[in-house]
Design a protein around this ligand. Sequence first.
Ligand code: PLP
Length: 393
Amino acid sequence: MRDFAARRLDKVRESATIAVADRAKQLRAEGVDVVDLSGGDPQFDTPAHIVTEAINAIRRGDTHYAPSRGIPALLKAVQRKLADDNGVEYGLDEIIVTPGGKHAIYSTLVATVEAGDQVILLSPAWVSYEPSVRLAGGEPVYAPLQADEFRITSEVLRSVDAPRAKVLIFNTPNNPTGRVATREEIEAVAEFAEERDLLVISDELYEKLLYDGREHISLASLPGMRDRTVTVNGVSKSYAMTGWRLGYLAAPRALTSQILKVHQHSVTTAATFTQAAAVAALEGPQGVVAEMLAEYDRNRALVVKALNSLPGVNCPTPEGAFYAFPKVDSADSLEYAQCLLDGAGVALTPGVAFGPTGEGRVRISFATSPALLENAFERMAALLRSEPAGRPA
Ligand code: PLP
């Protein structure tokens, strides 16, 4: 029988974060006590007022197809949010509500990338960018950021050999590095996009998770950038709503009318009552976000201190999101992560999953309880301080 799989999937790897989580689940099923710090899922349940709104929506019969682009109340809430928080004005027909930020990125790529078009990714980059580009028929090209600080500069951007580049994906606050791009860096991205005539997908999922008074700047708010930016955001991370699958994108009308075709013919619409919940998230009390952020901030201090006390580990302080991305004493992060999983029962994500400059690092999610984090670091310390034979290479 012939191989029915499409050839464009040959280079698409399974998500490394999911692979580690699956292995951790398998070990658990075998009775091994595993602490899983590999995912990107807040430990908190969704705030009660948001849950109530979803239940009310179901009870009042909001269980039918929603308008494809999104329910009017949510489109208005997103429009207000983008104007108030991000300083960018969009018409209601320039917004599309999607089942998660991930699908907003995917639909945009499908709607813009043609076979052979190149898409520039700043490495380290979130694990799903590269496969999404490939699924859309494009060719991902990494711009490797300098490994110490992962600073974005015009020099790094201009050094990328991508003559057929059409799109660049930009992410701040960043997963996995925890960096928050400065105005200077964002200006470098904007200037480069104009120079090369690129569309930029600006992934702002972690926008609300900023530490030490840092500021989030939306790329689309820079002069001239609104016309060449697709802003992607959602409620997963800020409001602890990962399982609700609710995100959105905003872009100029000429583009959203095309992206809408992909959206309509693939998912039809985001779930109706989930959209009602998202209205409650965006329009309701924002203290819930601050409360969760305060807990992440406490975890951040704990994680940075604990990691830097481990042999061979050097952890910069994350500026945003909820990931630490320390350097480790190994040139093979996958082997290191596997060794920690098998030897200490701690699941982390190998840095190599995030592209070439992620190698030599691991990603640790601190969106979990302090008790679990402490438990994980005790186990890691025991393994890393043991005889060299027991340590990751
Ligand atoms: N972008 C980044 C950088 C992420 O880390 C994630 C989730 O982990 C997403 C987008 C997608 O989030 P969701 O599809 O849950 O909205």
